[in-house]
Design a protein around this ligand. Structure first.
Ligand code: OAD
Length: 237
């Protein structure tokens, strides 16, 4: 029997118990920073040094971060299921926990790439450079002579991996959503691509903004919620 497929969509909440502030909770990153200044394409062209520093800080924080029990529980699902993780997070905690198929929807903190011209929206994957938790400053150039920029999807930019994510969700037997406020599109609309009979589990300690008969809301933090989710899975292998 082929293994059942689980698609897991994660957001900032899955990394909260690793010490990362979420974006929209009280005390979240977007209370401290103006999202339009540090995470939009217009902000990038307005003040690239500020944007580079914002992501240098995030990388510094990532250097000491460790996966938590929720990341590990998601990785362990691979023992019994065919698992794809689709994450909005730019950290590498799913990788560190051992998940093997991870699609980053909003880019990756540990990577940078040459800045393209204002009207050139594409980038070449072979020009993406892994800098780990290092820093990038104004004047740091790619081999092609262009300024390096974070390999992050800024607000106002297209989400190149969304088609792949839709395909993963549409062929899943079970959809698990962990720690996302479902406020940012197109990621927030992905659950709609799950098949009609597909159970959708949402782990989040807060109210969820979506109402759909397929949804079971596990109202808990990610680590506790994953324990609960595993109970639902016992009859599903
Ligand atoms: P948000 O900050 O919008 O939402 C975080 C969600 O996690 C909320 O629903 C919280 O209730 C929940 N949460 C908080 N603590 C949790 C815990 N311990 N366990 C489980 N859930 C918890 O973050 P995202 O939905 O990920 O994009 O935000 C989406 C995108 O907006 C991000 O990828 C980022 C941001 O701007 C870019 O920067 C492009």
């Amino acid at each position: 029997m082929p293994k059942k497929r689980i698609a897991v969509l994660t957001g900032a909440g899955v990394s909260a118990e690793s010490g990362f502030a979420t974006f929209r909770d009280s005390g979240g990153l977007w209370e401290k920073y103006d999202v339009q200044e540090v995470a939009s394409i217009e902000g990038w062209y307005r003040n690239r040094a500020l944007v580079l520093d914002f992501y240098n800080d995030r990388r510094r924080q990532l250097a000491d971060a460790k996966p938590n029990a929720a990341h590990y529980a998601i990785a362990e699902l691979e023992k019994d299921f065919d698992v794809d993780v689709i994450t909005q997070n730019v950290d590498n905690l799913h990788e560190k926990a051992g998940s093997t198929r991870i699609l980053h929807l909003h880019g990756e903190l540990t990577k940078v790439r040459p800045e393209q011209g204002l009207y050139d929206r594409t980038y070449r994957t072979d020009e993406v450079i892994d800098i780990g938790c290092g820093e990038v400053h104004l004047g740091d150039l790619a081999p092609n002579g262009q300024q390096l920029r974070p390999h992050i999807v800024f607000f106002g930019e297209a989400v190149p991996n969304i088609e792949k994510a839709i395909e993963i969700v549409s062929r899943a037997d079970i959809l698990l959503i962990v720690g996302t406020s479902l406020q940012v599109y197109p990621a927030a609309g992905l659950y709609r691509y799950a098949g009609n009979q597909v159970p959708i589990y949402i782990i989040d300690p807060a109210e969820v903004p979506v109402h759909d008969p397929r949804i079971t809301h596990i109202r808990a933090v990610a680590t506790k919620g994953m324990e609960e989710f595993k109970k639902y899975l016992r009859n599903q292998k």
